[in-house]
Design a binder for this molecule. Structure first.
Ligand code: HBI
Ligand code: FE
Length: 446
């Protein structure tokens, strides 16, 4: 069994003072070289190695540091959960002295380690993108909307309606002025707005009963009781937040419009869902080209009352913090194929847990209806088992129904597959959320 951090840090705390002396200048570690008596600190390189959990795995790897005369100053291990194939792995963080990461010794070391590790990388702090560390720092990203929140495209149903445009401007301002520790302003929705909400409600209610997953249905019922969900009333974000915070610690936060994937996913790391407050144009109550309150409150909000789903969403958010652009895209595509369009199995039937489905009467039916081969020429979507490695690179259309849906065995299965996938991403540090301080804890300096 590979050395576990528990063995080192808990069972033998007395070893700690000794291990720290290893990094003192002048100490001769496991190198063959002559003792160095200089007091100049030698530059250090940090490396992440992922190893299979088997006897001797660490020993095999460490030999090469010795072989290339690289002096190790710190060694830390961290067990990982089983990967998709059920294999146990360990991450090892190794610091060693070297004047440059481009030296021949370091290149030789990397080349040698390639074949005996499942991942070997130099951790370069300059590569880490900035990310919020505390809930209050969501204020710094909340207004970086891609559109201004109120500028409508010429093909938007409300483009020629000045009253609608003014209202959009007003609600955009409410969102832009919101500060993280205030309570969320209550919106006094107009009669017309409530009528649009009711039109969507009437079309969705029966379909949700038939095709929504059981977690959604029970939360939805509870939210009718506790947060003002009804066909005559558009619920308020603060009431939903109060309810969700008791259930799963999730909260809503107003946003004026679309955020970049990176900014939007960062909110999820803090169990925060950026939610619009405006409603679609009344001329087309069953269509919206952008997220609106019907999508956020009917599609997303009830799902965040489920613990597995809440954890699943936060998992994507935590993985996105400081990730490369490439990995953020993968996570955004996973989000799309799950949080927006995910299906799960329930007693042999396909049920929706994705908000894009739960708020679209046409597509909900299309995605969940009988999946036996159609008799005629009717188009049928393809179903694939939920696998983040596949979903993360699966392209999708945004203006038509999805040609492919990913099906999870359960929300718990969706979560554990997501967790293993996130652990496999090349990220030089691990981030966790501390709900007591609303901050992100990172396991090494970045
Ligand atoms: N921004 N405001 C907002 N709402 C979303 O639902 C949203 C977003 N930005 C990106 C996004 N969704 C997803 O499509 C993924 O890119 C994460
Ligand atoms: Fe959405």
């Amino acid at each position: 069994r590979a050395l576990s951090s528990r063995t080192v840090q808990r069972a033998r705390p007395f070893l700690r003072p000794f291990s720290s002396t290893v990094s003192q200048p002048g100490y001769v570690g496991a190198t063959q070289g002559a003792p160095r008596m200089t007091t100049d600190p030698v530059p250090k390189i940090s490396m992440l190695l992922e190893l299979r959990d088997k006897p001797g795995a660490l020993h095999e790897v460490l030999r090469y540091f010795w072989k290339y005369d690289l002096n190790i100053t710190r060694l830390e291990s961290r067990p990982k959960t089983l990967n998709a194939l059920g294999e146990a792995r360990f991450d090892f963080f190794v610091d060693f002295e070297s004047p440059s990461k481009n030296s021949t010794q370091v290149s030789s070391l990397l080349a040698s380690l390639e074949s005996m590790t499942t991942k070997a990388m130099i951790l370069d702090e300059k590569d880490v993108n900035w990310f919020p560390r505390h809930l209050s720092e969501l204020d710094l990203i909340a207004n970086r909307t891609l559109d201004a929140g109120a500028d409508l495209e010429s093909d938007h149903p409300g483009f020629n309606d000045q009253v609608y445009r003014d209202r959009r401007g007003e609600l955009a301002t409410v969102a832009q002025e919101y500060v993280w520790n205030e309570s969320i302003p209550r919106i006094d929705y107009t009669k017309d707005e409530v009528a649009t909400w009711a039109a969507v409600w009437d079309r969705m209610e029966g379909l949700l009963e038939k095709h929504a997953c059981s977690e959604y249905k029970s939360s939805f019922e509870a939210m009718k009781k506790h947060c003002g969900y009804s066909r005559e009333n558009i619920p308020q974000q603060q009431d939903i937040t109060d309810y969700l915070r008791d259930k799963t610690g999730f909260r809503m936060r107003p946003v004026a419009g679309l955020l970049s994937s990176r900014d939007f996913l960062a909110g999820l790391a803090f169990r925060t869902f950026f939610s619009t407050q405006y409603i679609r144009h009344h001329s087309m109550p069953l269509y919206t080209p952008e997220p609106d309150i019907c999508h956020e409150l009917l599609g997303h909000a009830p799902m965040f009352a489920d613990q597995d789903f809440a954890d699943f969403s936060q998992e994507i958010g935590l993985a996105s913090l400081g990730a490369s652009d490439e990995d953020v895209q993968k996570l955004a595509w996973c989000y799309w194929h799950s949080v927006e369009f995910g299906l799960c199995k329930e007693d042999g039937e396909y049920k929706a847990y994705g908000a894009g489905l739960l708020s679209s009467f046409g597509e909900l039916e299309y995605a969940c209806a009988d999946h036996r081969p159609a008799g005629g020429t009717e188009e049928r979507p393809e179903l694939k088992p939920w696998d983040p490695a596949v979903a993360g690179v699966q392209e999708f259309p945004i203006t038509t129904y999805q040609p492919i849906y990913f099906v999870a065995e359960s929300l718990n299965d969706a979560k554990s597959k997501m967790r293993s996938f996130c652990e496999g991403l090349k990220k030089p540090f691990l981030s966790r959320h501390n709900p007591n301080t609303d901050s992100i804890w990172v396991d090494r300096p970045v």
